[in-house]
Write a new protein. Structure first.
Length: 83
């Protein structure tokens, strides 16, 4: 998997574009914060059934499970679309 490292300012300039790119490409994005810590953004819609983060959340977090079920039942809208 490819990983792109970007500064927080780049994420702030085009959040919808970068999130869409992350989801469409499957590429992880690592954001460097001003204090030099890092945060990773990764699509959870990949084909990898062994994704432990999603599996763990689905098994242990009822609120996350409900959110996924609600999302699956809703029509898809592009990031940034009002609604």
């Amino acid at each position: 998997m490819d990983i792109e490292v970007i500064p927080l300012s780049q994420l702030q300039m085009d959040t919808p574009g970068l999130l869409t790119k992350c989801c469409d490409s499957g590429e992880a994005v690592v954001v460097e914060l001003p204090d030099h810590r890092f945060v990773a953004i990764q699509s959870l819609n990949g084909d990898d059934e062994a994704d432990s983060l999603v599996s763990d959340l689905m098994e242990t977090n009822a609120a996350f499970r409900a959110l996924v079920e609600k999302s699956a039942a809703s029509p898809r809208r592009p990031f940034g679309a009002e609604g």
